[in-house]
Design a protein around this ligand. Structure first.
Ligand SMILES: [Zn+2]
Length: 73
């Protein structure tokens, strides 16, 4: 049951990723940083002062966005 759920959730997150600039968007304030599009950028600091690890920020965004899409609170 748990495995099924996580697979389904994973799948949904990938779907979200296709049209959502997850790594470029600050998961704290929502500002976009186009410089992060460059895959060599691993960490970046947003204008709001938050410092992000690219993957960490992306997963936070996807989690947020995925929950939004699915209507999970
Ligand atoms: Zn920010």
């Amino acid at each position: 049951m748990l495995e099924y759920k996580s697979k389904w959730y994973d799948c949904t997150l990938h779907k979200v990723d296709r049209f959502f600039a997850s790594s470029q968007t600050c998961s704290k304030c929502g500002a976009k940083n186009p410089k992060v599009k460059d895959l060599s950028v691993h960490t970046w600091t947003c204008s709001c002062g938050a410092t992000w690890n690219r993957d960490e920020n992306a997963s936070l965004n996807l989690l947020k966005q995925g929950k939004l899409e699915l209507g999970i609170r």
